[in-house]
Design a binder for this molecule. Sequence first.
Ligand code: ADP
Ligand code: MG
Length: 286
Amino acid sequence: MLDQAERLRELAYGNKGRNKPRIITITSGKGGVGKSNFVVNLAISLRLMGKKVMIFDADIGMGNDDILMGCNARYNVFDVILNNKDIREVIVEGPLGVKLLPGGSGLNNVEDLKEEERREFLNKLESLEDLDFILMDTGAGINRSVLAFISASDDTIVITNPEPTALTDAYSLIKAINHFDLKSEVNLIVNRIMDEEEGKLTFRKFHGAVNRFLNINIKLLGFIWEDRRVMMSVRDQKPFIMKYPNCHASLDIKAIAKSILNNGARENNKGSGMKEVFKKIFNIFS
Ligand SMILES: Nc1ncnc2c1ncn2[C@@H]1O[C@H](COP(=O)(O)OP(=O)(O)O)[C@@H](O)[C@H]1O
Ligand SMILES: [Mg+2]
């Protein structure tokens, strides 16, 4: 039976009280810092906590989340837009029922899409609303499509590692987010730490620089230890959170998943949903 609150939500939103998914963009300044491994294992971790999750692999032309999950993606989102494929045919099922929507290389050409193609695609996205989380795995670096995803999503996570090269690039990315006023807050993850001290020191320095020169809030979402199980699981194409559920990296990601769930405990946990996100992205590119 529906409780009172749910009835009210139903009246207010007219969508049978279904939650709109919360959209989180995961990005980085430098490539190879661990975005995709984080996204795939976070998705499974949220699944283990009972959430419905979809990954949108938006790393243009370089997406490899399907490989990390050991499944094979044949189509991408552009087959939905241009080749009239059903969105359910394009989405692949990963471990524990985590869904994956491959972005393909066409995301580069969003501005070339006709008005009608955009509208039809937006309508098709409505069938995706029954999700709790959509995790967007973007490419590295500062470009229009990455900035569009950041601006269109509910939350942004920037991943770096403690190396000065990665930190400099993360700083430049956050500077751009600040410059274009895309977000007032960004979550940071320091991946591949050797020990807790290194993580804390890295965050303190980074936070200090951002506070001094930029007007944006940096929140520490967590550390992930350097862990050879990560490499082993990439080679096996089996996410470490499943193969080595108690390894350092798995425990770190589970803790991060928990704090994402807690942070999201806003009223009704309403996110913007995939249709809203693409609407915004199309607006940015038109
Ligand atoms: N916590 C970690 N410990 C050890 N190696 C890691 C860790 N995170 C990432 N790596 C290594 O970095 C490689 C690149 O990670 P990936 O997730 O593909 O990065 P990105 O998506 O940012 O390009 C992985 O294949 C793995 O070998
Ligand atoms: Mg990647």
